[in-house]
Every structure is written in structure tokens, then in C-alpha cells.
Ligand binder design. Structure first.
Ligand code: AQP
Length: 345
């Protein structure tokens, strides 16, 4: 078994898929299809680390799948599936629960943010989430992981887990596989001009599915009117737009809107500021509305079409899971040999 270059990434089906998920992750998923074998996962096991209404969860799994397809991911050439259909994710996560150290998990900022003050009441799953994420990636021995900036720390933990497993079981790995290094150390791909899209209501907070205000984000299935309203209401400051990028420092809302415009248009911030600098936000916002509607409109329309055909969407997930399972089962069988478990071969 040798590791080949492979991309893995996932999105949680927790509703309100937004522009941050799109620009920080999905746009890169689409690009990477040309150069890698890609596996894109709807991470439903991660979603239930906080309580989900079952009927809504089912709807959201289909919605993320539809978004993947609508954005341009090809589920025939690559693999699109939902995590809970491939039991090996949870199986490897248990092994990693025994490899990762408590001290490592205690440093995870996302747990601290999501658990908030009520830590004692957070689920064990929310705490162990990064171990499952490491298993998601490493069960495919994936080498590259496109994510937004907020996932950087979890990716580093995945690398630590891979390294510790490789060290702890070095002799057994040599005895059972042809590779001296069993798990590759996955490389984060945090690329593009919008690795951290911020809330439209507060430029210091990341755009997030769970923000109670729908005006904080542009959802991928928002219609033209909703997009226009949200952009026009987006928080700004009283100053005109600067003519140079340096002028965006300490102006988080302006910086965020210019960043979104740049990412959607493929232009640089400097180029945009040479056009809009010195002007009021209203003109700039009108341009951003047109651009966002032009880019997101077709995606929303395709998602709507796919929502009307759940049987097709489910068939994509079943087919993808069957193909993912073949790879995952091969890794898991080798892991069992390495760890010393007896199993049917
Ligand atoms: N604001 C963002 N800017 C850039 N990238 C982002 N991502 C999320 N928010 C932003 C990236 O999208 C991918 C999928 O994220 P996820 O759904 O698995 O988890 P998340 O990071 O917890 O997403 P949310 O929207 O912020 O959800 P809540 O509100 O539940 O915390 C990841 O690659 C992520 O980096």
C-alpha cells in the first residue's frame, strides 16, 4: 500500500451554507479536481456533535450534496458521499482517541468557542471532534486538505496524530506494510483571496452558519433580492473607500467587503481600490450585488433543481459511499494488522 496524492475535505450539514463555505472551501474543491483524485464528504457525524433535528439533518445532508454538485464538483470522476455511510471513519476515530493526548485537545480553540461558558454540558463528541476529523482524512491517507483558515489548528492536530501513530507503531508498520511511514502528514491547502470571510454585521467575527442573524451571511441559496438586501445592509464605516490596500487596515468591515468582491471577481483588492477608492460604499455595494447575483444565482437555481430530486441526490451519496468504503476498508484492515487486532481478511 503506497500513499498517492489525494485530496479530502468535508462540509458539515448544519444548514445555512454560506459564502464563507463557498469561497473558503468549495471553490477550491472545484479547482483541485483537475489535478488530484478528490474525495468530498458531507460530514454528518460531525454535525451531531451539537443536537440536530433529524428531519432537518436529512434535508441538510441533501442540501450540501446539492451545493457540491451545483458548484461544479463532478461526483462521477471524484467521490461525493456522506460520512455516516462509511463506518471506517468512526472505527479509525476510536483508534485515534487512543493516540491523541488530552493536552492536545485541550488547546483546540474551536471547542472553547463552541462550548462557551457551559463546557460541562458540551457533548463528548464536540470535544473529540478533531480526532474524527483526523480519521476522515487519514482513512483515505489523503495528502492534501483544502479548508478555510478556521480549520488550520485541527489540520495541525491531524498531522500530530498521524506522526504519533507512525512513531508508536513504527516496528509493526515495518512488519505489516511496505511503507516505513504509514500515514502521510496531510498538507492544509488554505488558499485563495478569501480564506476567512467575516460576518456582514461584524467584521471581527467569522461568517458562520450558526450566527442567529441571517443578515450576517449570504447563503448559497439566497435569491437575488435577499443578496441585494444583505449587501446593502452590510455594516460599513463612515469613511469613503481607500485608494490603496493599506487604507483597509483597522477597517474590518470595509476589508471584508473588498475581499469578497475580489474573491468573486478574480480581481485583486488593489485593482478594485483603484476603481472604487475615494468613493462612497453605495456605488461599490451596487457592483457587489450585481456580481454576487451573477455568481451565486446559477448555483442557487441548480440547488433548487436538485432539491426537487432527492432520489438522485441520495443515489450520488450511495454510489460515492460504496467507492469511498473500498479505500477506507483497505486502510482500516492495515491499521488492524498494525495495532494487533485479529480480523477476517
Ligand atoms: N467564514 C468562513 N470563511 C472561509 N472559510 C470558511 N469555512 C467556514 N466558514 C468560513 C470553511 O468551510 C468549510 C466547511 O465548514 P464546516 O461547515 O465544516 O464547519 P465550520 O467551519 O464550523 O462552518 P461554520 O459555517 O462556521 O459553522 P458553525 O457556525 O457551526 O461554526 C471548512 O473548510 C471551513 O474552514
Amino acid at each position: 500500500m503506497t500513499a498517492i496524492e489525494r485530496v479530502f475535505s468535508g462540509v458539515q450539514p448544519t444548514g445555512n451554507l454560506h459564502l464563507g463555505n463557498y469561497l473558503g472551501a468549495i471553490v477550491n474543491f472545484v479547482k483541485l479536481q483537475d489535478s488530484y483524485n478528490c474525495i468530498y464528504c458531507v460530514v454528518d457525524l460531525h454535525a451531531i456533535t451539537t443536537w440536530q433535528d433529524p428531519a432537518e439533518l436529512t434535508r441538510n445532508i441533501r442540501e450540501v450534496t446539492a451545493a457540491f454538485i451545483a458548484c461544479g464538483i463532478d461526483p462521477k470522476t471524484h467521490i461525493v458521499f456522506n460520512q455516516s455511510q462509511v463506518a471506517e471513519h468512526a472505527e479509525l476515530a476510536w483508534v485515534f482517541n487512543c493516540v491523541a493526548r488530552l493536552g492536545w485537545l485541550n488547546r483546540m480553540t474551536q471547542f472553547k468557542e463552541k462550548a462557551g461558558k457551559d463546557r460541562e454540558n458540551a457533548s463528548v463528541g464536540l470535544y473529540a471532534y478533531p480526532n474524527l476529523m483526523a480519521a476522515d482524512i487519514l482513512v483515505y491517507r489523503a495528502t492534501h486538505v483544502p479548508v478555510g483558515e478556521d480549520q488550520k489548528q485541527h489540520l495541525e492536530l491531524s498531522r500530530d496524530i498521524a506522526q504519533k501513530f507512525n512513531n508508536d507503531f513504527a516496528d509493526s508498520i515495518k512488519a505489516h506494510t511496505l511503507d516505513p511511514v504509514f500515514f502521510p502528514l496531510p498538507e492544509p491547502l488554505i488558499t485563495g483571496p478569501a480564506t476567512r470571510v467575516m460576518s456582514l454585521r461584524d467584521g471581527t467575527k467569522k461568517m458562520s452558519k450558526s450566527d442567529p442573524s441571517d443578515y450576517s451571511r449570504i447563503n448559497l441559496n439566497d435569491d437575488a433580492e435577499a443578496i441585494a438586501q444583505k449587501v446593502r445592509k452590510a455594516k460599513t464605516d463612515p469613511e469613503p473607500l481607500p485608494s490603496e490596500e493599506k487604507g483597509l487596515e483597522h477597517r474590518p468591515e470595509a476589508d471584508n467587503l473588498v475581499g469578497i468582491y475580489a474573491a468573486l471577481s478574480g480581481r485583486t483588492k488593489a485593482d478594485l481600490l483603484s476603481e472604487f477608492g475615494g468613493g462612497q460604499f453605495s456605488n461599490f455595494k451596487n457592483g457587489l450585488v450585481d456580481l454576487a447575483v451573477e455568481k451565486l444565482g446559477p448555483i442557487g437555481a441548480e440547488m433548487k433543481k436538485l432539491a426537487a430530486d432527492p432520489a438522485y441526490v441520495d443515489s450520488v451519496l450511495i454510489d460515492g459511499s460504496d467507492r469511498a468504503r473500498v479505500i477506507a476498508a483497505e486502510t482500516m484492515s492495515a491499521v488492524k494488522d498494525i495495532v494487533g487486532f485479529i480480523h477476517k481478511k
